[in-house]
Design a binder for this molecule. Structure first.
Ligand SMILES: C[S@@+](CC[C@H](N)C(=O)[O-])C[C@H]1O[C@@H](n2cnc3c(N)ncnc32)[C@H](O)[C@@H]1O
Length: 298
């Protein structure tokens, strides 16, 4: 196993995963290719095409491949470990494809569906309302058939099931996620513990950078040599991205337990106590949230 630690492996994800020993990885985060049907460069959204593979196969072939990848990930993640899978709802000729369609065909327990509000996205046509959301599925590998697992630490308790991050802009990769996203996941699940974090479609290395800056080990996989060399360069210079990680960490510091907060009638997730406890929330989000509360007369 040690030969894979802090490495980026080049190849087809499902084949590379087969080489990794079972029950050896603590946590995973990824955004796979979405099978967006792009044969040619997007006519309105520029740079949407990956450089090594076409993101265009028959939908049933795509879903079967994702099931195989997810089951390999299930094998290599330790019991009690988690995998966070970013995807979105898609349509083809009016037919909707929802990620839950294939997630429920894998070995994973779906622990939560998180809405990622990206605030902006390319609005190509008007058949539907402007789709600015994506999903992040928290997938869990039970220990001894216990599907509930451990609670999150109290310090993460002001974070909700809606995550609001704009897309990453300063990255030459065609579809990176923002550094805050894997940072939130890694710090919420592993806290101060050591651990190995895998991203099986690591692209520009965003998950790996977050893992390194949070003092965790990582394993990355991607098919593209160019993206891998960019990710390696990024990892070498990752200290320059530390500020974003620190800003995210500021959102994780509620000290009292749920029980203590309930006894003191402090915030337990109810809106009416929100103003008193909003000092826990990052300044920018707080002012946005407070203006909404003022607007709603709360
Ligand atoms: C959505 S991107 C991931 C971006 C990444 N989260 C980031 O922040 O840069 C998906 C990645 O999967 C890679 N990819 C596509 N098909 C693959 C396959 N069969 N095996 C391995 N990697 C693949 C692409 O090269 C691309 O970098």
């Amino acid at each position: 196993m040690t030969k894979y630690i802090n490495q980026i492996l080049q190849g087809n994800t499902v084949e590379v995963l087969k080489q990794i020993p079972s029950d050896s990885v603590d946590l995973g985060v990824t955004s796979p290719p979405y099978n967006k049907g792009e044969k040619n460069k997007g006519w309105l959204v520029k740079n949407v095409k990956y450089n090594s593979v076409q993101d265009c196969v028959k939908e049933d072939v795509y879903q079967q491949n994702q099931i195989e990848v997810l089951n390999e990930l299930y094998r290599i993640i330790k019991p009690g470990g988690s995998f966070f899978y970013n995807h979105k709802t898609r349509w083809d000729k009016g037919e909707m494809f929802h990620p839950i369609m294939w997630l429920t065909q894998t070995s994973w327990t779906v622990r939560q569906e998180i809405i990622w509000d990206r605030m902006i996205a390319a609005n190509i046509r008007g058949w539907r309302f402007w789709q600015v959301d994506e999903r992040i599925y928290w997938l869990y590998k039970p220990i001894d058939k216990n599907k509930i697992g451990k609670e999150l630490q109290s310090k993460h308790s002001l974070l909700t099931s809606v995550w609001r991050f704009p897309p990453e802009r300063n990255n030459p990769h065609p579809a990176p996620f923002p550094l805050e996203l894997p940072t939130r996941i890694i710090t919420s699940i592993l806290n101060d513990e050591a651990g190995v974090v895998i991203d099986p479609y690591c692209g520009s290395g965003t998950t790996l950078v977050a893992a390194k800056l949070l003092q965790k080990d990582y394993i990355g996989i991607d098919i593209s040599e160019d993206y891998i060399s960019f990710a390696k360069e990024r990892l070498q210079n990752c200290q320059s991205e530390k500020k974003k990680v620190e800003e995210e960490l500021q959102k994780h510091f509620v000290e009292k337990t749920f029980k203590e907060r309930k006894l003191n009638k402090e915030n337990t997730g109810k809106f009416k106590n929100y103003k008193e406890t909003s000092q826990f929330i990052h300044k920018k989000e707080r002012s946005e949230a407070l203006s909404l509360f003022d607007f709603a007369g709360l």
